[in-house]
Design a protein around this ligand. Structure first.
Ligand SMILES: [Cu+2]
Length: 169
């Protein structure tokens, strides 16, 4: 018992932020609505189902820096792809293109940065297999100051199908 107690306490601490979400959505993926590492809060993370043989998938979420110092998302990794990148959308001439943020994504102190379709996003390059709706895709995010955390991105319907659903994402 004396050995089990600390483990149990640790497990409780790890689960605590997820509990409200689990209570409401006990039937689906274990993705809590928000998780926190250091001063960074990660909210509403999701990915999308891919079509068969799609080379890439995207990752989306809202990152809020609750600290008084700027932080930076510097890298992203996932077992479903050979490489994770951080992308922005930018105008090149009169064409909107995405490009990699080589220095990562700045998350200014006290501000939120939204990663969303058509804006900043995570890009999983060289997909290994495909992502099906309902999958939970583990993604490891590393912040310059807040450190490293692995979260599950629940996979919604594919981009191609999204407009028909009439949802925000
Ligand atoms: Cu991209």
């Amino acid at each position: 018992m004396s050995l089990r107690l600390p483990l149990f306490a640790l497990a409780l601490m790890a689960l605590a932020p997820a509990m409200p979400a689990l209570a409401q959505h006990a039937h689906d993926t274990h993705a809590p609505a928000a998780v926190t590492i250091g001063n960074i809060e990660i909210k509403d993370a999701f990915t999308r189902a891919t079509l068969p043989n799609a080379p890439v998938a995207g990752g989306f979420m809202t990152l809020t820096n609750k600290g008084s110092e700027d932080d930076r998302l510097v890298s992203v990794e996932t077992p479903i792809a050979r490489q994770g990148q951080i992308h922005e959308m930018a105008m090149e001439g009169d064409v909107m293109k995405m490009r990699q943020l080589a220095d990562g994504l700045l998350i200014p102190a006290g501000e939120s940065v939204e990663l969303a379709p058509g804006s900043y996003h995570l890009m999983f390059m060289g997909l290994i297999g495909s992502v099906a709706e309902g999958d939970a895709v583990p993604v490891t995010l590393t912040f310059e100051k807040a450190g490293t955390i692995t979260i599950d991105l629940p996979a919604g319907c594919s981009a191609a199908a999204a407009p028909a659903h009439g949802e925000g994402h």
